[in-house]
Design a protein around this ligand. Structure first.
Ligand code: BES
Ligand code: ZN
Ligand code: ZN
Length: 490
């Protein structure tokens, strides 16, 4: 098969108008009536801000020694024990709030203060010297995300409390990461109707404009002309055409880094339609794309020394007369043929063309994010994204990064003998595994075919969603594995 030459680059021109979805979401100031939750501008500081003292249960008595007898009685009678994610407001002589004691796990917990912004009375707080010293970066991060509310369609529940913190590079970086997490949440929480392939395109284009990157995209039949047949096959039945989005940034002399994200804006399952229960949350099937976009933004914001390529195949897995069918054989960009065993295993089909394209440029490192399989959730549950890596050093860096920033991920094996599970009689392989065993591994092994063994590659099979709320992490879309990947890249 003859590969067409690398398609011409069309320089992205600014297309996002103020008030568009992209401008509402992609800027670091969230679409909220209360944007100021962490204040670092000294000129805006308020000397009368309420001090916030952090302690764990063990050191609470030490802190109490410094209070007045009346205050000690108050704390005791309120039953406060300084358990993590609790707090006690302590009154002064006139009944005003004189200080707040925050119960924390320890100084390293990035979520240590995350329960406070939406629990404390609205107003200004400042970190005081308590028995546990929460680093200002951790305070900023937890506070910023503890203030998160998804307000596109519903008024904010309340105004979050504000925290004032001395400005520093570390604080600025922590706020940048919090913004990236908020971007993931906003993108995932936005319903498919308002977050289709064109809207994802606007977001990527805006990121390119903001950071002086090149933007390029192929839409609808252009995907066929430029040899992205698998992306086209999955997305062709939707009323909104499929796209491949590309952003390139950085010094061409730096090592090439490709970041790829599954952008299935809605996954009906296709002709192998999902049941109501399984389809209910499938607006989040572009969660991988959201992670990839957010990670690319962090790489650009921090000017990390990479030549970055971001790729997002953006489609809807829809049903219509021209939908791809079970039993169809799709020829991929790489020339390998895929028998469609199940139209609901669409993520790997679009990703294989994007990965094949990425490795044509011989990157030094490839990372992809995808809400690829339900099986990864069965294996590890909703809090722990699975990752796979074909390179030990990269795997170690990711595991170490995850631990350092408390963004847990769990490695699963690329157990290559399970390739037999997706053999096909009529094509190079099948897109769904036989017997339903090892679903997450099979999904990863499918992608593995498209990345040369010599190219370090990591694949995140992430849930991108919180079923239950935890402090700083409300139910709904969320970043999982993003901070771990950033730590590894750094
Ligand atoms: N988007 C889903 C995977 C998914 C489901 C992620 C629920 C998170 C929560 C994916 O496209 C899918 O449907 N995968 C199938 C694959 C199967 C048909 C081989 C799955 O996991 O059941
Ligand atoms: Zn699916
Ligand atoms: Zn899917």
């Amino acid at each position: 098969m003859v590969m067409p030459a690398r398609p011409r680059m069309r320089k992205g021109s600014p297309r996002t108008c103020p008030g568009s979805i992209a401008s509402k979401i992609a800027h670091s100031t969230p679409d909220s009536p209360f944007p100021m939750t962490v204040i670092t501008d000294r000129k805006a500081f308020d000397k009368s801000a309420t001090p916030l003292l952090a302690t764990d249960a063990k050191r609470l008595p030490k802190l109490l020694e410094k209070l007045t007898p009346a205050q000690r009685r108050w704390v005791a009678s309120s039953g406060f024990e300084a358990k993590p994610h609790t707090h006690c407001t302590v009154p002064g002589a006139k009944g005003e709030v004189e200080l707040v004691i925050a119960g924390v796990r320890d100084a390293d917990d990035p979520w240590a203060l995350a329960h406070l912004p939406l629990k404390l009375p609205a107003g200004r707080y400042a970190l005081g010297k308590g028995p546990v010293t929460i680093g200002e970066d951790k305070a900023a991060f937890g506070w910023a995300l503890g203030s998160y509310q998804f307000t596109r369609y519903k008024k904010a529940r309340r105004k979050p409390a504000d925290l004032q913190l001395a400005a520093s590079d570390k604080v600025a970086q922590a706020l940048g990461v919090a913004d990236a997490v908020k971007l993931v949440r906003d993108l995932v929480n936005t319903p498919a109707e308002d977050m289709g392939p064109a809207e994802l395109s606007d977001i990527v284009r805006e990121q390119a404009d903001l950071h002086g990157a090149e933007f390029d995209e192929w839409v609808g039949d252009e995907l066929l002309a430029q040899n992205f047949p698998a992306i086209h096959a999955v997305g062709r039945a939707a009323a909104r055409p499929p796209r491949l989005l590309e952003l390139n940034w950085g010094n061409p002399k730096h090592p090439r880094l490709a970041i790829v994200g599954k952008g299935v804006c809605f996954d009906t399952g296709g002709l192998d339609i999902k049941g109501a229960e399984g389809m209910r949350l499938m607006k989040k099937d572009m969660g991988g794309a959201a992670h990839a976009i957010a990670l690319a933004r962090l790489v650009m914001q921090r000017k990390l020394p990479y030549r970055l390529q971001l790729l997002v195949p953006a489609v809807e897995n829809s049903i219509a007369g021209n939908a791809y069918r079970p039993g169809d054989i799709v020829r991929t960009r790489k020339g390998l043929t895929v028998e469609i065993g199940n139209t609901d295993a669409e993520g790997r089909v679009i990703l294989c063309d994007a990965l094949a394209y990425a490795v044509e440029e011989k990157p030094k490192l490839v990372i992809d994010f995808a809400t690829l399989t339900g099986a990864a959730r069965v294996a590890l549950g909703p809090e722990l994204p699975a990752f796979f890596a074909n390179d030990e050093k990269l795997a170690r860096k990711l595991a170490d990064g995850a631990e350092a920033v408390e963004d847990p991920v769990w490695r699963m094996p690329l157990w290559r003998s399970y390739r037999r599970l997706f053999e096909s009689e009529v094509a190079d392989f099948n897109n769904s595994g036989k017997g339903g065993f090892a679903g997450a591994i099979v999904g990863a092994l499918f992608l593995d075919w498209f990345v040369p063994e010599s190219t370090p590659w990591a694949h995140f099979d992430t849930f991108a969603w919180n079923d239950v709320s935890r402090p700083g992490r409300p139910a709904g879309g969320d970043a999982m594995g993003l901070r771990a990947a950033l730590a590894a890249l750094e």
